[in-house]
Design a protein around this ligand. Structure first.
Ligand code: FBP
Length: 548
């Protein structure tokens, strides 16, 4: 593999491990736990993995001789910087337990387990991928593990390879499925443990015990670098408005974090739009007012950050999408048989009057995008919806009205951007490199302790890495019941932006000033070598949330 100079230098980086994980460890069990809500139903659904204690590892001088362990690993869902270090951490942890241990990687996501596609991860392979971005070491995929036939097919290959434990690196849905699998294997006395690791750039898999999901740090830093560069360009030429959509399927954590890092003129937070029950017209009008206010000061330029999931948080559009999901799930074939040019009218004729009106009001392109294929979890693929273009068009129209009414006298030239895939496979920041390695190493220790149905948990992450707290959290502790595809299901509660949380409050207190002034911050690229205040800073979100 040809390598860049950075890749070569970065390969030598030794991720920092928490003190508690260096050398021999002792397991400390906390009190029994319960799920965040719906305790009775969840206890019933997970009789073998409900109520387990929170676990913490502590350093000890007691040496132990442990048998070799064969483990498997799966990367599930969207890429996130640091996945390779989780795998390197698992590998090093297993080898430290016993040098005869083996790690197998199932290829291209959970499907690799079901289809028996795997490789053995040797030290030669692992060394090629240390501290690199991407999931290409074994690939990732979005196959859902939710059928007992899949679990049984998986069990065949796990038994054949003598695998005692499986680590699933994924987001909220994948970790929910990991827990269902753990319960199933325990119920059937299969002798297979399942451990989860919190991954997603979206940052929405977090709670009291999981401070952040890995990849959020690096992805936000990459996007903030580019937003900062655009802001500097825009402040130099002073002639464009840049509408920048940022990834984050549902929650607006990425947009909020980038706003805190770069201080744009405007940033939408989907959760606020929903809480205030704003219509699309109100959202558009609010942006147009900012454009007009800046124009009045001679500033016909600016930046607008848009969270990818926005469209689903506008109450009227949310209702429309819910009906479309339902309608398309039941009439997919009939819909696909309609000629493309007639599909819009077909939908209008076949859904409720209220939703048909909203649908008809959307620009052609966006309306079409709302009817595209769903992802395997039944979600609209919001990354394909060009919200930035929709807003540019609608804000432009609103400004024209305002001009006609004498309320605006400026120029509006706007450019759209979408930052998503650019940040998902970046070389992990020091934070993600360390955090991921610790998550993986810690997972191997949970395996050696015979644990199942746990998520690897590393806490105290705003302190220096050596003071991080390592252990395990029962996945059932993070669950509640939610309606999915018409049925109530146990799922890990998704963490949305809290409107009374410190990151949002910090943003809300500054946004007026940022909209009128040009208060841009230019964060520059991630630094891998240099002073700690440049290289080792956590995200603003994490720092604000964890500030005591
Ligand atoms: P995960 O939740 O699986 O980590 O993926 C998150 C994400 O990057 C979202 O931000 C985005 O909407 C989605 O994946 C894009 O999916 P795909 O990679 O399938 O295009």
């Amino acid at each position: 593999m040809a390598k860049s100079a950075l890749q070569i230098a970065r390969a030598a980086y030794q991720p920092k491990l928490p003190k508690a994980l260096r050398g021999s460890v002792k397991l400390v069990e906390g009190a029994a736990t319960k799920s965040v809500a719906d305790q009775e139903e969840i206890a019933k659904l997970f009789p073998n993995t409900y109520g387990m204690p929170v676990l913490t590892f502590e350093a000890t001088n007691e040496e132990r001789q442990l048998p070799a362990i064969n483990a498997g690993v799966i990367l599930s869902g969207g890429q996130a910087p640091g996945g390779h270090n989780v795998i390197a951490g698992i590998f090093d942890g297993l080898k430290a337990i016993n040098s005869e241990s083996k790690l197998y990687g199932f290829l291209m996501g959970p499907g690799g387990l079901v289809d028996h596609n795997y490789i053995e991860l040797t030290s030669e392979i692992i060394d090629e991928y240390r501290n690199t971005g991407g999931f290409d070491i074994i690939g990732s995929g979005r196959t859902k593990l939710e059928e007992t036939e899949q679990y049984d097919k998986g069990l065949e290959i796990l038994k054949e390879l003598g695998i005692k434990a499986l680590v699933i690196i994924g987001g909220d849905d994948s970790n929910t499925n990991a827990c269902v699998l753990a319960e199933y294997y325990k119920q059937n006395n299969s002798g297979i443990q399942v451990i989860g690791c919190p991954k997603t750039i979206d940052g929405d898999l977090k709670n009291e015990m999981i401070e952040t999901s890995f990849g959020f740090d690096t992805a936000c830093k990459v996007y903030s670098e580019v937003i900062g560069n655009i802001q500097r360009d825009c402040n130099s030429a002073r002639k464009y408005w840049h509408f920048i959509k940022l990834m984050g399927r549902s929650a607006s954590h990425i947009a909020l974090e980038c706003a805190l890092q770069t201080q744009p003129n405007y940033c939408l937070i989907s959760e606020e739009v929903e809480a205030k029950q704003l219509t699309l017209a109100q959202v558009v009008d609010d942006i147009a007012q900012v454009v007009a206010a800046r124009a009045a000061k001679g500033n016909n330029f600016g930046t607008v950050l848009i969270p990818e999931g926005l469209i689903e948080f506008i109450p009227a559009v949310k209702k429309l999408i819910a009906e479309l999901n339902d309608y398309l799930a039941h009439h997919e074939e009939a819909f696909k048989a309609v000629p493309a040019a007639e599909q819009r009218q077909y939908i209008i004729n076949n859904i409720s009057k209220e939703n048909a009106e909203v649908y008809a009001s959307l620009p052609e392109g966006v309306a079409k995008q709302l009817t595209l294929d769903r992802d395997p979890h039944g979600n609209v693929q919001v990354s394909l919806i060009e919200t930035e273009k929709l807003l540019i068009e609608m804000v432009g129209n609103r400004l024209a009205e305002m001009k006609a009414a004498g309320e605006y006298n400026g120029k509006f030239a706007a450019l759209g951007h979408f930052f998503g895939y650019e940040g998902r496979c970046a070389a992990p920041s020091n934070f993600d490199a360390d955090y991921c390695y610790a998550l993986g190493y810690n997972a191997s220790l949970l395996i050696s302790e015979g644990k199942t149905g746990y998520m690897s948990s590393i806490r105290n992450t705003t302190a220096p890495a050596e003071e991080w707290i390592a252990g395990g959290v029962p996945v059932t502790m993070m669950m509640n019941m939610e309606r999915r595809h018409g049925h109530m299901k146990p799922v890990i509660q998704k963490a949305l932006v809290l409107l009374d949380g410190a990151p949002f409050l910090k943003f809300a207190a500054s946004r007026k000033e940022w909209s009128l002034e040009t208060a841009y911050i230019y964060p520059g690229p991630i630094q891998y070598f240099g002073p700690t205040e440049v290289c080792d800073q956590p995200t603003r979100t994490l720092a604000l949330e964890q500030a005591k």
